[in-house]
Design a protein around this ligand. Structure first.
Ligand code: ZN
Ligand code: ZN
Length: 239
């Protein structure tokens, strides 16, 4: 995790053959270069500046990094076609894209952006879910969605947001476009119902990361404790 939150988001995944894949690039290029050096690939969830810092995207493209995003995101960022900019459409029936020795699937996110996605990235060993800036976590059960590492937005707490003194329109925007800790908990509570059945995906899960936590309407320690009551046998990290 290089950065998480409304000021900027960027995570680096390393493949088994040592290639680096950025999930979002919403921070200045120097911060990325200082932390991980050369980046082979980047996947951008949507055009908002905290996920797609335009000068960084341009610098990565100029450096030869292969970047993946939806057509809607590319159009919003006004990026011209070039050999290392790859676009696709977010769809449940989308065939996975090959990136290094991994596969990428972009599923529709529920967010006020042109064509935002939730990222699924997997190889022979791991299945990673990166779900941020989406009202709901994706539907998720069954063997093919048995994630080993989950990075999920827990932007706000619903009662805290309801009590907040920010403008009503801003409140609604957050409520409708970001994921609350309550929705994350509901999601995991739902998965727990399948425990011991064929649809149980939890045994494969190795770690949970709560990301994009709001400074005003979130509290990392509380969120970790709240989710820990439902999922008490997996490490939970907050960012
Ligand atoms: Zn964001
Ligand atoms: Zn956003």
């Amino acid at each position: 995790m290089i950065a998480s939150g409304s000021k900027g988001n960027c995570t680096c995944a390393t493949t088994s053959d040592g290639k680096k894949i950025l999930l979002d690039a919403g921070i200045p290029y120097k911060k990325i270069a200082d932390k991980v050096g050369y980046v082979d690939y980047a996947i951008i969830t949507h055009e908002h500046g905290d996920h797609a810092h335009l000068p960084t995207i341009k610098k990565l493209l100029a450096n030869g990094t292969d970047i993946y995003m939806t057509k809607g995101t590319r159009d919003k960022l006004k990026l011209e076609n070039r050999h290392n900019l790859h676009t696709f459409t977010a769809d449940i029936i989308m065939p996975p894209l090959r990136i290094a020795d991994c596969w990428l699937k972009g599923l529709k996110a529920y967010h006020d952006a042109a064509e935002p996605i939730v990222i699924q990235l997997y190889d022979a060993e791991d299945r990673v879910l990166y779900a941020t800036d989406t009202k709901h976590p994706p539907n998720w059960c069954g063997e093919e969605n048995a994630f080993t590492k989950v990075l999920m937005e827990a932007n706000f707490s619903e009662p805290v947001l309801a009590e907040s003194e920010i403008e009503e329109s801003r409140k609604n925007r957050v409520y409708e476009n970001h994921c609350s800790i309550e929705r994350v908990i509901e999601h995991f509570a739902h998965l727990k119902k399948y425990e011991g059945t064929k649809l149980d995906v939890l045994p494969k899960l190795k770690e949970i990361h709560l990301i994009h936590i709001s400074k005003c309407h979130g509290n990392a320690e509380n969120f970790k404790a709240m989710l820990g009551k439902v999922i008490n046998d997996k490490p939970i990290y907050t960012h």
